[in-house]
Design a protein. Structure first.
Ligand code: F0G
Length: 449
């Protein structure tokens, strides 16, 4: 493990291959067998602390840019590059909000429901946690150009970090498949934006080929360094719960990078003795983009010690192709039918005794309105977590007195169209439409009574 005296190396997740490569290489899949890669550590060299509370002390020295970063203050747990290559623009200053009002609405006990609001990141989504790590690696390998396929947030985050590091960046998005707030960010941050006539999965395929052909640094979550940064979302949840592990973590599932990173985070914390147990993980698909839910629940696809049954996946995708299927959900961030991190997510579900479910759009927008009414707001994909929680409370999977952390992955203002339509068109029980008033004092006062 961790060749050439370094603390980290890249390793193929296929146990029958398990090839290792040093971190100075730019790879998004194993050159030997084509599987996904992990970053693995020689923990003796990575030098993790004995107690996880060590990291919190760094908040006292916020004049150090790495201590200020909510990602890099955990740097011993993602120790893959020297400090002078690490880029930070203040990511990870996010909060875990205990939300008793929403808990009561859902029938949970006070103190049990927490919302991890990743909308507070510089580009307004959790992606900045991963992008800071990917761009630090990009600097380590001397990359000059970056690219991604995106449903929006990856592109906004990439454009921001590329700008900070002086790299060129190109964004591939599906025509008409991106929320306006996100598109505006990519353009404003100077991203070269290419709209492909297709969906996210088409863009993902194209960008991988483009990056290989033109030797461009790919920052989608097939990039294993990105997932290292996303582990810190879990570190911050545990930290903010006073070093207690919640009973459940609930996350939306799209390309399945987050869920994969969270499983890895908990497996590593446990193996280092920094936590004493691993929480359960619930991954929530939208019903219109439910590949994971179908494969996990209906086809019983499992990690199986790394020997995932590829024939089940191939048959499922062949069926999607035969039906000319394209995913559709109002939660455009997770409108993905061929998730690139599927196998790593299966590993995370295995590590965390996980569950998967798919929720309909109507329930996502209702849940989003509740998060807005009682919390800090979020974009539709993030609210899938609360919609999923409601189901799991209803069918007894989660008990009202269990501790739950829902990861709210993106800012409320990312997708104002969904919010405005929900309220103005009275689409659900929590709609709060504006009322028209004549330009006349008495009429206005009457409307306020
Ligand atoms: N929530 C939001 C707000 C997202 O933007 C995404 C993914 C997800 C959840 C799903 O996360 O892929 O780790 O399962 N957005 C990507 C993008 C695909 O291009 O911005 P995942």
């Amino acid at each position: 493990m961790a060749s050439k005296g370094e603390a980290a190396c890249q390793k193929c997740i296929n146990p029958d291959c398990a090839a290792e490569f040093d971190c100075s290489q730019t790879l998004v899949k194993c050159p030997k067998c084509g599987e996904l890669l992990d970053i693995v550590y020689d923990w003796n060299k990575a030098n993790p602390p004995e107690h996880i509370s060590h990291f919190a002390r760094r908040w006292a020295g916020r004049d150090n840019r790495l201590d200020f970063s909510g990602v890099w203050r955990f740097r011993e747990l993602l120790n893959f590059c020297p400090d002078d290559h690490k880029v930070s623009i203040g990511e990870g200053q996010t909060i875990l909000q205990q939300n008793d009002d929403l808990a009561a609405e859902l029938g949970m006990q006070p103190g049990c429901l927490h919302l991890q609001y990743e909308g507070l990141n510089p580009s307004g989504s959790f992606k900045d946690n991963g992008m800071t790590a990917a761009f630090s690696h990009a600097r380590l390998v001397g990359a000059t150009a970056s690219a991604c396929a995106s449903t929006g947030n990856t592109s906004a985050s990439m454009a921001l970090y590329a700008h900070a590091c002086g790299l060129k960046c190109t964004v591939f998005i599906g025509s008409g498949r991106i929320a306006f707030g996100k598109l505006s960010q990519a353009m404003d941050f100077g991203g070269h934006t290419i709209q492909i006539r297709g969906d996210f999965d088409d863009c993902m395929r194209q960008v991988q080929d483009v990056c290989t052909r033109l030797n461009i640094y790919l920052v989608n979550s097939v990039n294993p360094f990105r997932l290292e940064g996303q582990k810190t979302i879990m570190f911050r949840i545990v930290e903010q719960l006073g070093w207690r592990v919640p009973d459940w973590v609930i996350v939306p599932g799209g390309n399945l990078g987050n869920s994969s990173a969270f499983g890895k985070a908990f497996a590593e914390l446990k193996s280092l003795g920094l936590i004493d147990r691993i929480p359960r993980l619930a991954v929530i698909n939208a019903q219109g983009a439910r590949t994971l839910a179908d494969l996990y629940n209906d086809h019983n696809l499992r990690w199986n010690d790394g020997r995932v049954d590829q024939s089940v996946i191939d048959a499922y995708y062949a069926d999607l192709t035969a039906k000319n299927f394209s995913p559709h959900t109002c939660a455009s961030a997770i409108e993905i039918s061929r998730p690139v991190n599927l196998k790593k997510c299966l590993r995370a579900l295995d590590v965390c005794n996980g569950v998967v479910l798919a929720v309909p759009d109507e329930e996502i927008v209702d849940a989003k309105a509740l998060v807005g009414r009682y919390g800090l707001g979020c974009e539709p994909a993030s609210a899938a977590t609360v919609a999923g929680l409601r189901h799991m409370l209803g069918n007894g999977t989660i008990e009202p007195e269990e501790t739950v952390a829902c990861v709210l992955t993106g800012h409320q203002l990312k997708d104002p169209n969904v919010t405005v339509t929900y309220h103005k068109d009275n689409m659900g029980p929590f709609s709060n439409p504006p009322v028209e008033a004549p330009n006349d004092l008495e009429s206005i006062i009457r409307l306020m009574q």
